[in-house]
Design a binder for this molecule. Structure first.
Ligand SMILES: NC(=O)c1ccc[n+]([C@@H]2O[C@H](COP(=O)([O-])OP(=O)(O)OC[C@H]3O[C@@H](n4cnc5c(N)ncnc54)[C@H](OP(=O)(O)O)[C@@H]3O)[C@@H](O)[C@H]2O)c1
Length: 329
């Protein structure tokens, strides 16, 4: 039996080659569940992998794709049976282990969760790692006491996957959302997701100050870097910033002043190593809050062959919402 995959190889000159090809099923890595991949998502990390950046891949040739949804073909694990719909996010799949940019994936059962009944495999990947991460960030804000009554929430990188889904989820839960985007043309689509206001990246421009007037009760931050430093200075006393990503960088010139004078919390979110029960619970909540119809205009479907180009776009911050791929198309 053969399957189709986008195979990433490191060339002798150090460059990277991404080629759609057919492989024998026996080439798949070890694992106790064989899945027929119906849809794969596309994430920032996938862009790094297809460009050979970030040091994420251990061995070549490699198959990327950090999340996918599909149906079980074979399983030697009692929790999964042939035909069952499943979803996979994280656990270094698509980095250390072959991932979802293929019609077949063989994985460890512990990395899967059963697909919630009300969700199609396509919508599971419209959400994907971005949706799971957004849900974990929203849950964390609530756990830290940030309520809709406390004031607006800033979502940075709102035009991207995590940011746009965070905007939708927060709005559904009754929060006022200021969606920050460097793309003014996304103001309409972001308001359609439920953003109260759309603001430019200038709200987090360098200020040279240790504190600024307070503006937000909390934030979900996909961009990190210097903008995160400016964000912390504008959070209400007792507020919380859920730090999710590093689209603008992984470090900034930090000060403890927002923490010790305003009691601000900086909460880290890691979607990759979430245990089974936490993933099941987050997927259930996502299923009840997410509206595929409302999010429709933020989704693009592409083929395996188009993924390298999508990878270049995501690294430039130029992807709108979510990209999903049907490897068998
Ligand atoms: N912690 C976790 O478990 C986890 C899970 C998933 C993703 N992530 C990380 O979260 C981040 C977002 O992921 P994603 O999938 O949503 O990526 P994405 O779709 O590319 O979204 C990132 C968005 O950030 C904004 N942006 C890009 N470059 C920027 C810059 N230099 N300054 C300010 N804003 C910039 C852009 O939005 P606008 O054009 O609208 O401003 C862009 O669309 C990535 O760093 C990713 O690695 C972490």
């Amino acid at each position: 039996m053969t399957f189709t995959a986008l195979v990433t190889e490191r060339r002798e000159d150090g460059g990277i080659a991404n080629t759609v090809t057919h492989l024998e099923e026996s080439a798949l890595p070890e694992g106790n569940v064989l899945v027929g991949v119906e849809w794969a998502g596309f994430n920032y990390k996938d862009g790094l992998v297809l460009a050979g950046q970030g040091g994420l891949v251990r061995h070549y040739p490699h198959i990327g794709g950090v999340d996918f949804a599909g149906r079980v073909i074979e399983s030697s694990d009692h929790r999964y049976h042939p035909g069952q719909a499943v979803v996979l996010t994280g656990w270094r799949v698509g980095e250390w282990h072959w991932g979802g940019f293929a019609t077949r994936a063989r994985v460890n059962a512990d990395w899967l969760v059963p697909l919630p009944k009300k969700l199609s495999t396509r919508d599971a990947m419209v959400l994907g790692t971005a949706g799971l991460t957004a849900m974990l960030a929203v849950n964390r804000l609530k756990a830290e006491g940030v309520s809709p009554a406390g004031g607006p929430i800033l979502v940075t990188g709102a035009g991207g996957g995590v940011g746009s889904i965070s905007t939708l989820l927060l709005a559904r839960l009754g929060y006022k959302v200021d969606a920050m985007s460097g793309r003014p043309e996304l103001a309409g689509p972001l308001k359609a997701l439920g953003a109260t206001d759309v603001v430019g990246r200038d709200v987090l421009a360098p200020s040279g100050k240790k504190l600024l007037p307070t503006r937000w009760a909390g934030a979900i931050d996909s961009v990190g870097g210097a903008p995160l430093g400016e964000l912390l200075k504008q959070i209400n006393p007792g507020g919380c910033v859920a730090s999710v990503g590093l689209a603008a960088g992984d470090s900034w010139d930090a000060s403890v002043v927002p923490f010790i004078l305003r009691g601000v919390t900086l909460a880290g979110i890691d979607s990759v190593m979430q245990p089974f029960a936490a993933r099941v619970s987050a997927w259930d909540r996502l299923t009840s809050l997410f509206s595929p119809a409302v999010y429709h205009s933020m989704v693009r479907e592409v083929s395996l062959a188009e993924l390298p180009e999508i990878g270049n776009a995501i690294l430039k911050g130029a992807i709108r919402g979510r990209v999903v791929c049907k490897p068998g198309a």
